[in-house]
Design a protein around this ligand. Structure first.
Ligand SMILES: Cc1ncc(C[n+]2csc(CCOP(=O)(O)OP(=O)(O)O)c2C)c(N)n1
Ligand SMILES: [Mg+2]
Length: 323
């Protein structure tokens, strides 16, 4: 893999980490009028999967979706404005953190309803076939969502119709406060793929190159009519379920163990070791990303709230538009 690609992966993981760190600060400062679910520690999943997607491919996200959207091309300043409820945001300030969408980038939407994205991804993948296009869809969902009925219905029909889909199960070990051991009787959720007759892979979700490699094979298969793949990325939710969650349910020492496997630290070590990239080059990227985030906050803070006269817009169809 060439250096530019490697550095792009590093830049994206750092962008996601810093975006969420800054968003958490803004939440504490009461600049963001809602709850936040950070994906800290899971950056390699969004980055590795979206790295193999084309711009016309689509993603469907969930309530922990900032990383997915950034990796598919959302500009940090537009998403920060959205989080602050500003008119300049990706969704005119109407969506907020859990409902970021930008169809022009193939981002069909984050979703606050656990498991609801899976059937949407099936519809989008079915539409690719109807249009006769070679686009594919990646659907990000959690280990908790994996137990929703909608997940099984979606996988069954996607496999039956050989739809161009990547089911990306971001297994971060928890569904809210419930550890995986208390919500699933198996360790590797990817084994469920066999029940639908599609390939299933469990991959180290903290290793961006491993995620990218598995996603690349699955994307190729999907694009060539081979149908969907279930990719389970084993990772860890470093922060609480939501910002402010005291996390008393996590065993002592668990976070420290995972800290040793931080996806950005691991990749940095790989880049400066095996790949012979200068630490100074990576520090420069870090600095640039920090300034992008500072600009994003300044942009979002200066942006206007939607006007009161706009309150009914996007709620009802506009007269004449659908006539
Ligand atoms: C249908 C539905 N049930 C319950 C909830 C409440 N809820 C929000 S997030 C969540 C846990 C989801 O866990 P997982 O799918 O593993 O995603 P993670 O939060 O770990 O990223 C639950 C139960 C919801 N939003 N929607
Ligand atoms: Mg989870």
């Amino acid at each position: 893999m060439n250096q530019t690609t490697l550095l792009d992966l590093y830049r994206m993981m750092t962008t996601i980490r810093r975006f969420e760190a800054v968003a958490c600060e803004q939440l504490l400062a009461r600049k963001i009028p809602a709850s936040l679910h950070a994906s800290t520690g899971q950056e390699a999943v969004a980055t590795g999967v979206c790295a193999v997607l084309q711009s016309s491919d689509m993603i469907v996200s969930n309530h922990r979706g900032h990383g997915h959207c950034l990796a598919k091309g959302t500009e940090p300043r537009l998403m920060m404005a959205e989080l602050m409820g500003k008119a300049a945001g990706t969704n005119s300030g109407r969506g907020g953190s859990m409902h970021v969408a930008d169809p022009s980038l193939g981002i069909l939407g984050a979703n606050g309803i656990v498991g609801a994205g899976l059937p949407i991804s099936v519809g989008a993948a079915y539409a690719c076939g109807v249009r006769g296009s070679r686009e594919i869809v990646a659907c990000f969902y959690g280990d908790g969502a994996a137990n929703e009925g909608a997940c099984h219905e979606a996988m069954n029909i996607a496999a039956l119709w050989r739809l161009p889909l990547l089911f990306v199960c971001e297994n971060n070990g928890y569904a809210e406060m419930t550890p995986q051991s208390a919500h699933a009787p198996i360790q590797n959720l990817a084994v469920r793929a066999a029940a639908y007759g599609m390939p299933g892979e469990t991959v180290d979700g903290n290793d961006v190159l491993a995620v990218r490699a598995v996603a690349e094979v699955a994307a190729e298969r999907a694009r060539n009519g081979g149908g969907p793949t279930l990719i389970e990325c084993k990772t860890y939710r470093v922060r609480g379920h939501f910002e402010g969650d005291p996390q008393r349910y996590k065993p002592a020492g668990e976070g420290a163990e995972w800290k040793k496997r931080d996806p950005i630290d691991l990749f940095r070590a790989y880049l400066t070791g095996a790949s012979g990239i200068d630490a100074a080059t990576l520090d420069e990227i870090d600095k640039r990303v920090d300034s992008v985030m500072a600009e994003a906050v300044a942009f979002a803070e200066a942006a206007e709230l939607p006007g009161a006269d706009e309150v009914a817009r996007h709620v009802y169809a506009e007269a004449g538009r659908n006539a």
